[in-house]
Design a protein around this ligand. Structure first.
Ligand code: PAF
Length: 283
């Protein structure tokens, strides 16, 4: 069945009012649309674990820098709605930017620690935009649980920190990366890749496989693991590394040796696309 589509905040609230009771749970999957199997894995989990399943589709202008791809960002609402009706989603919240942001808005949410490095240094203001829109979505839809992909691992940790520090009563659930058959992490931005770029983009997941192999063979020195990662990436001329780092999986602080759970995080520009990927190393 086609989900109910709400374009207005008041309409989404009204729909959910009728669904809420003390023993019924609402699960939210926040997205920017142009859905792929990665999003659908979140939707299926939210559908399974909750009584009411809500998906938001909103290309959030606040999280794009002035030179980024806001205008070009791929959109296909009809296709998204078809996919979501096959998944049994109850409500799609798809506001216009002027429904979400007043022209004189003056409050943003800033996380000042874990959002500053990695993608935060290449994309100043990006995580302020993410935190602000996610908190607004939480306030509008009051979900019990919200589902985020681990591909955007820094985003997941920043949202967790925001929810913890602001006492937002939502349980944040992270879900594993979904990959194409050949290993490329699914992303709406993969559509930007030409044929040769698509081939070279595989270097990211290959580099992570190499990192894991080195780790599984006993290597704990991050410099050595990262040297392997860089060797793989640098063998692909269309890949321009933005960062390749190993961080503590909880705090995102740099680590020299892998002694607790760590994340190998990569970002690279391949043609017009800025791609990110990661994997965990668990001693
Ligand atoms: O991951 C995304 O698609 C976006 O950053 C999110 C969480 C929907 C906020 O706009």
């Amino acid at each position: 069945m086609m989900p109910h589509v709400a374009r207005k905040v008041s309409e989404a609230r009204k729909y959910l009012e009728g669904k809420r009771s003390s023993d019924s749970r609402v699960g939210l999957v926040p997205t920017m649309g142009f859905l792929h199997e990665g999003h659908l894995s979140l939707v299926r989990r939210a559908r399974r674990e909750n009584d009411t399943c809500v998906v938001s589709i909103f290309v959030n202008p606040l999280q794009f820098g002035p030179t980024e791809d806001l205008e070009a960002y791929p959109r296909d609402m009809d296709r998204d709605l078809d996919l979501l009706s096959s998944e049994g989603v109850d409500l799609v919240f798809a506001p216009d930017p002027d429904e979400m942001y007043s022209p004189d808005r003056s409050v943003t949410v800033t996380e000042r620690d874990i959002s500053r490095s990695l993608c935060g240094s290449a994309r100043p203001g990006h995580f302020d935009g993410v935190c602000t829109v996610v908190l607004k979505l939480f306030n509008i839809l009051s979900p019990d649980r919200a589902y985020f992909g681990e591909k955007d691992y820094q985003q997941l940790q920043v949202v967790r920190r925001m929810a913890r520090d602001l006492d937002v009563d939502v349980e944040i659930r992270g879900c594993p990366i979904v990959r194409e058959k050949d290993g490329l992490a699914m992303s709406s931005r993969n559509i930007y890749l030409g044929e040769a770029e698509r081939r070279d983009a595989l270097a990211l997941s290959k580099a992570l496989v190499e990192a894991r192999s080195a780790f599984e063979a006993g290597e704990r020195d991050c410099r050595k693991i990262l040297a392997t990662v860089r060797r793989v990436l640098e063998a692909h001329p269309l890949v321009n590394i933005d960062y390749a780092e190993i961080r503590d999986a909880e705090t995102l602080l740099p680590v020299e040796r892998v002694e607790g759970r760590a994340v190998v995080a990569l970002a690279a520009r391949v043609g017009k696309a800025r791609l990110i990927d990661n994997t965990f190393l668990e001693p």
